[in-house]
Design a protein. Structure first.
Length: 202
């Protein structure tokens, strides 16, 4: 515990020495606070996106991918980009002994540039992602093998593996038969919706 306290004290001392300590009592401190908060938010979103991408890698894409809230111009990431530019731009400007008005104008300018860059990048990334999204209709007629026993009468809980031309998919499956389909049973997809296929044994 004492070691953690010493580390925090050392970091605080470094921030104070570099005048990077948030302080709402001065314009410099306010810009600094905005800069640090937006930086932490950006890092948090980046870390979350890594986990989200890893979880999505084994799933079938759906139209929900295209409708993600970060595809629009006024996305969360773009707004955080604006705050990053505004906070650090204004902070650097006021560190150079600029007036408060000049620092605000510089911050707004840098923030606007960051906003446009991030928004443009997100639209480009998600447009490429949507172009490569697997359409569930393309699964109909494909064959595969049962991965987890598929219960009868449309009951959930089964999974199948399907060798789609673009990737090997493991996806939830149901069937309309009267007997369970055990693992390794060869099946054909007769119907497909987002994240679920209906299969029949071959």
């Amino acid at each position: 515990m004492e070691t953690i306290v010493n580390i925090i004290d050392a970091i605080t001392a470094l921030l104070k020495a570099g005048e990077l300590m948030p302080d709402f009592s001065t314009p410099r401190g306010i810009f600094c606070a905005i800069a640090w908060v937006s930086t932490l938010l950006a890092l948090g979103l980046f870390i979350l996106s890594l986990f989200a991408d890893a979880d999505a890698g084994a799933d079938v894409g759906s139209d929900a991918d295209v409708g993600n809230g970060d595809t629009g111009f006024f996305s969360v990431r773009a707004l955080i980009g604006f705050l990053l530019g505004f906070g650090w731009g204004g902070f650097v400007s006021i560190q150079g002994n600029s007036s408060i008005l000049t620092a605000v104008l510089v911050g707004l300018g840098v923030g606007a540039v960051m906003f446009v860059i991030v928004a443009g990048m997100m639209k480009l990334i998600y447009s490429l992602k949507s172009d490569g999204t697997l359409k569930h209709d393309s699964l109909v007629g494909l064959t595969g093998t049962v991965y987890v026993t598929v219960p009868p009468h449309g009951e959930p809980g089964g999974q199948v593996q399907i060798a789609h031309p673009s990737q090997l998919l493991t996806i939830a499956a149901v069937q309309e038969g009267d007997t369970p389909l055990p693992a390794q049973t060869r099946v054909e997809v007769v119907k497909a919706t987002s994240y679920l296929v209906t299969v029949r044994p071959l």
